[in-house]
Design a protein around this ligand. Structure first.
Ligand SMILES: *Cc1c(COP(=O)(O)O)cnc(C)c1O
Length: 339
């Protein structure tokens, strides 16, 4: 599916795949560059409370202040100054395309290996709507349960020269026996992701994401980086209502039947437990068959619920409208959901 020499499908999760990748190619104490958490990186990209930050010396790069896209100049400067063993690309809350070529160039210039953590976008890569990093990165990790739409799990793919080290890192290095039921489910997900229908699905995810982002902007929300190229968007709530926090928005929208999560925006003045933003994804509603018109409806519902968040009846009315939308586009049309 990704054109890799070698795959290890045993990692029980994305975090464990990253642990295996690090263990395969670097030593404890080595310097690694990773994307900073408050700019969209993952805990396993060097958070001080995570094994990654505890075992390795992570240095963070981020997005520019001007366009909120990965700051390649900063990344190059850091790579040349720090001479890391490994550069980790990939993110958990970044709405833009990540081009693998310039990262490869920076890795080569600085003598580093390149790892691409495709946890979020593996399905978009499989569907051909985002560039495949496999030929540019030394090692690629991903989850099988995000845009790939399979079972909870992880996987590592790599060039043949790292195959032995990766397999050894996963077993006996980190895990015991494989979860065979999960590996079987991954095989089903890979088979589905290799079909033309999945490629159409991946393209529709991004179309819906752009439509929802544009509709939210129309309601006065600020989109981090001005929009999205992938399955998610980061919404800065401060232009909509400076008093509204991500925490309160998440709780209100939960009550309104709309699931999303609070998320920091770049250089967020609020703590990660409160935040000034939310992160919204379109893969699930796309699976339900929703389209651009439905995205406009969802943006209306979000705006209505948040404007009227102190009015329980108004939030309940949004919840009824969200339920009606879902009833019209059921996730499992073949299933009888009557009690
Ligand atoms: C989700 C995610 C992971 C971890 O995946 P889990 O299966 O939750 O352990 C790792 N890296 C990135 C970039 C992610 O988004």
């Amino acid at each position: 599916m990704f054109g890799a020499d070698h795959a290890n499908v045993q990692p029980h999760a994305g975090a464990i795949a990253n642990m295996g990748a690090y263990q395969a190619v670097i030593e404890p104490g080595d310097t690694v560059l990773g994307m900073s958490l408050d700019h969209g990186g993952h805990l396993t990209h060097g958070s001080p409370v995570n094994f990654s930050g505890l075992q390795y010396r992570f240095v963070s790069y981020g997005v520019t202040a001007s366009d909120e896209r990965i700051d390649l100049d900063q990344l190059r400067d850091l790579a040349l100054a720090e001479r890391p063993k490994l550069i980790v690309a990939g993110a958990t809350a970044y709405p833009r395309l990540i081009q693998p070529e310039p990262l490869r160039e920076i890795a080569d210039e600085s003598g580093a290996l390149l790892m691409f953590d495709a946890a979020h976008i593996a399905g978009l890569i499989a569907g051909g709507v985002h560039p495949n990093p496999t030929q540019f990165a030394d090692i690629v990790t991903f989850t099988t349960h995000k845009t790939l739409r399979g079972p909870r799990g992880g996987a590592i793919i790599c060039r043949s020269d790292y195959a032995k080290a990766v397999d050894k890192a996963m077993f006996p290095g980190i895990q015991g026996g494989p979860l065979d039921h999960a590996v079987a489910a991954k095989a089903v997900a890979f088979a589905e992701a290799a079909t033309p229908e999945f490629a159409e699905y991946a393209a529709r995810i991004v179309d819906n994401s752009r439509a929802l982002a544009a509709a939210l902007a129309g309601h006065g929300f600020r989109l981090v980086s001005g929009g999205t190229d992938n399955h998610l968007m980061l919404v800065d709530l401060r232009t909509f209502d400076p008093d509204l926090t991500g925490k309160e928005a998440q709780a209100t929208l939960d009550a309104a039947g709309i699931s999303l999560n609070k998320n920091t925006v770049p250089d967020d003045p609020r703590s990660p437990f409160v935040t000034s933003g939310v992160r919204i994804g379109t893969p699930a509603v796309t699976t339900q068959g929703m389209d651009a018109d439905d995205m406009a409806t969802i943006a209306d519902l979000i705006s209505r619920a948040l404007r009227n968040r102190s009015d329980d009846a108004a939030v309940a009315a949004v919840r009824a409208d969200a339920a009606a939308l879902c009833a019209a586009k059921p996730p499992y049309p073949g299933l009888d959901t009557e009690d």
